[in-house]
Design a protein around this ligand. Structure first.
Ligand code: FE
Ligand code: FE
Ligand code: ZN
Length: 303
């Protein structure tokens, strides 16, 4: 069965709110940030919301093991310009892992980091040291390193960099990979030849390390190193290539998560924004591109 969902919010009712939002999109999984992705302010996990959510998931046949959390993208484990900053990132991510464990979530996506004012090798080493401090003997969460577009000095832009990080981690059962189709395209991978990429991934890292796939089209050309997501079928990758990734036999048990942009009232008017996910998920399930998708989304939410 296709395991598909989208990024959802983790609002005042925490996991319960995320679950209800996902259900409204017809999703059977979802991904959330435990707070704003751009800051590190976090509230304690409330077990009442968690228990209610687990009950509803049970009724709706949603498997907790397919649900994914995403660490805030401002945390940069490569940055060791000061020990205080570095230790703050490590401590924050330790807490993030704990929050996941309280929620019963076993997958946490992390952007590896950016090598600002340092060599790539130093950056990778800082990430490895950091992960070895975050992951201890009791850790049950798997940290999924996301494949990055290679914007600026972003690390994790190719299989070798990801492999270097994984090799340096002591408890490798606690580390995996999250593919992102927009990032792969922007890093130079031809999504139309995804089988070749997957073969290379298997040779270098091992396909069993893939724990999540972010499904996004891209606003930019292959190899642009930009990282701007487009709606499914409305970017440079295109619908058919993404459908092949989504329905790939070797990846059928891996959750697919949409992180595509919200739609404005017109292409220029973004004062109100509508989530595209219900409609993108329907289109993916039908395996038929709908060029009229934006109009349908606007009509639905304007009512
Ligand atoms: Fe991400
Ligand atoms: Fe992503
Ligand atoms: Zn991205």
């Amino acid at each position: 069965m296709l395991i598909i969902g989208s990024h959802v919010s983790f609002g005042p009712t925490q996991l319960m709110g995320s679950l209800k939002e996902a259900l409204s999109y017809g999703a059977n999984t979802f991904m959330f940030y435990t707070g704003a992705p751009t800051n590190t302010k976090r509230k304690d996990i409330n077990s009442i919301f968690t228990n209610d959510a687990l009950e509803l998931m049970n009724e709706e046949n949603i498997d907790l093991k397919n649900i994914v959390a995403h660490a805030p993208y401002i945390v940069n484990l490569a940055n060791r310009s000061s020990e205080d900053k570095y230790n703050f990132s490590i401590d924050f991510l330790k807490e993030e892992v704990k929050r996941c464990e309280e929620l019963g979530i076993t997958k946490l996506v992390l952007h590896p980091g950016s090598a600002v004012n340092m060599t790539k090798e130093e950056g990778l080493q800082n990430i490895i040291n950091g992960l070895n401090k975050i992951i201890d003997n009791d850790t049950k969460v798997v940290i999924l390193l996301e494949t990055m577009a290679g914007k600026g000095s972003e690390l994790g832009r190719d299989l070798e960099e990801i492999k270097t990080i994984i090799d340096g981690v002591n408890r490798q059962e606690c580390i995996g990979v999250c593919l992102d189709t927009c990032h792969l395209n922007d890093s130079g991978v031809e999504i139309g030849e995804f089988d070749l990429y997957l073969q290379a991934f298997d040779n270098i890292i091992g396909i069993d390390k893939i724990g999540c796939i972010h499904i996004n089209d891209s606003k930019n050309e292959k190899g642009s190193h930009k990282d701007r997501h487009a709606n499914i079928g409305f970017g440079t990758i295109g619908f058919d290539k993404l459908i092949k990734v989504i329905y790939h036999e070797q990846l059928k048990d891996i959750p697919k998560i949409l992180e595509t942009p919200y739609i404005g009232d017109t292409d220029d008017d973004k004062s109100r924004l509508y989530a595209p996910y219900k409609f993108e998920i329907e289109m993916i399930k039908a395996q038929q591109f709908d060029s009229d998708l934006f109009r349908k989304i606007r009509d639905y939410y304007k009512k």
